[in-house]
Design a protein around this ligand. Structure first.
Ligand code: UDP
Length: 454
């Protein structure tokens, strides 16, 4: 399995946790198929080489200073990364290509960059390297992005609230509010980022998606109608890599696993809003009281900086503090895929990031969806209305409402039915990776596609 095929792939992840994880998983998958792997990465949010001893790592100077590297303005940060990284990236890739040419080491067979870097395909073309992209989101949201100009034309965007519950006739069951909104202060920023991504995909030699046919068939068909390049749905990637494949930028607090060992089966609500979303003071209070009122055991990830008020815990009402002591656990960062696979976890309250959604589906865990931005609204709508494996937190982030939703998922028949449907998807997620399965075949096709150009 680990026989080298004498070809090197250079992988270039966008430096956010939700993009780093699937890119490094892809590296592991392709390493197992014989490729040597070089990870080219920014200084900002650099991955830890010691977690991936088989890869070569090389950093490029992004020149970002601390305030610029803030996650508070993601579109701004993305534009900055695209502007700052283009020339150091070209320099590094050129050096890698030249240094490997004609020598003993495996020559570069291709570049795989995040689809949100808009300059990589142009650089690869100049250096005569085949460029593929990894799109780390789901198929539905990518399709939505590809027809975003139509949504603009129809007046669905920009929408700042008033029409958010209206149905999108062209794309049921989406509601207008599910479409990624534009920032009223910089109305064109999101559009430009999405437009650049669509152009990058069109200029690439193929798109790798972390999803699987059985989950996303219709959207994969639609994507193939919109884009002329081949798609390779090879997911769920993390299920091919095993628990030792963590690429976490924060230290994982493993004490939550022994805490879960003490809880009854399927009783715990796991709460995590990913690596970027943050909550206000009022929202933190409602979440904590909602968890207290639910009367269920809870495991809550509160990332440093994710609650706007750093002293919120000291100010928390006694009802929450008692619930935390009696049947709760808080950590700063969890080994999430292991948590979701734990038999004590009954439901996942999530911000509906794509990785979290796919990880939950892969373990048969139904979701309570609280989308915050970007593709999360589309992911959440698919969870609730298409796959029917979760609920929206309708009615707002308010304690009684939260407690009610948690009980619906964990205690009531409705939640049981959702779990049954999620378990069917879990089995499909597992079957597609086995020999002859859809993702297995897509990976074979990807490897052949890469090797065909060498
Ligand atoms: N994650 C984790 N521990 C946590 C919270 C999140 O390992 O405590 C991982 C999670 O498994 C997922 C990624 O961080 O792979 C978050 O990606 P996602 O697309 O869900 O959301 P984003 O952070 O990009 O908003």
């Amino acid at each position: 399995m680990n026989q080298r095929n004498n070809h090197r792939l250079v992988l270039f992840p966008l430096p956010f946790q939700g993009h780093i994880n699937p890119m490094l998983q892809l590296g592991r998958i392709l390493y197992a198929r014989g490729f040597s792997i070089t990870i080219l990465h920014t200084d900002f949010n650099a991955p830890n080489p010691s977690s991936h001893p088989h890869f070569a790592f090389r950093s490029i100077a992004d020149g970002l200073n601390q305030p610029q590297a803030s996650a508070a303005d993601i579109p701004g940060l993305m534009s900055l990364l695209n502007a700052r990284c283009a020339s150091p990236f070209e320099e590094s890739l050129r050096e890698i290509v030249m240094s490997l040419q004609g020598g003993e080491a495996a020559p570069v067979a291709g570049l795989i960059s995040d689809a949100m870097f808009n300059f990589t395909c142009g650089v690869a073309e100049r250096l005569k390297v085949r460029a593929l992209v990894l799109r780390t989101g789901g198929a539905a949201s990518l399709y939505v992005y590809s027809i975003y100009p139509i949504f603009k034309e129809k007046g669905y965007v920009p929408v700042y609230g008033s029409r958010s519950q209206e149905a999108v006739k062209e794309f049921p069951p989406l509601l207008v509010g599910d479409i990624p909104a534009e920032d009223p202060k910089k109305p064109e920023a999101i559009f430009r980022i999405l437009d650049d991504m669509v152009k990058t995909i069109n200029n690439s030699g193929g798109v790798i998606l972390n999803t699987f046919e059985e989950l996303d068939h219709q959207n994969l068909v639609s994507l193939q109608e919109v884009f002329a390049v081949p798609f390779f749905p090879i997911g769920p990637s993390h299920k091919r890599c095993g628990a030792s494949s963590s690429s976490s930028l924060l230290a994982e607090d493993r004490s939550c696993i022994s805490w879960l060992d003490e809880q009854p089966p399927r009783s715990v609500i796991y709460v995590s809003f990913g690596s970027i979303a943050a909550v206000s003071e009022t929202e933190t209070l409602e979440i904590s009281l909602g968890l207290a009122c639910s009367e269920q055991p809870f495991l809550w990830v509160v990332r440093p900086g994710s609650a706007h008020d750093p002293e919120w815990l000291e100010k928390s009402p006694s009802r929450f503090l008692e619930a935390l002591k009696g049947r709760g656990k808080m950590v700063k960062w969890a080994p999430q895929t292991e948590v979701l696979a734990h038999p004590a976890v009954g439901a996942f309250w999530t911000h509906s990031g794509w990785n979290s959604t796919l990880e939950s589906i892969s373990e048969g865990v139904p979701m309570l969806c609280m989308p915050c931005f970007a593709d999360q609204g589309v992911n959440a709508r698919y969870v609730s209305d298409v796959w029917r494996v979760g609920l929206h937190l309708n009615g707002g982030l308010e304690r009684e409402n939260i407690a009610r939703a948690i009980k619906r998922l964990l205690v009531e028949r409705e939640g049981e039915e959702m779990r049954e449907r999620t378990l069917v998807l879990k089995e499909k997620a597992s079957a597609c990776l086995r020999q002859g399965g859809s993702s297995y075949q897509a990976l074979d096709a990807l490897v052949n596609h890469i090797l065909s150009s060498t």
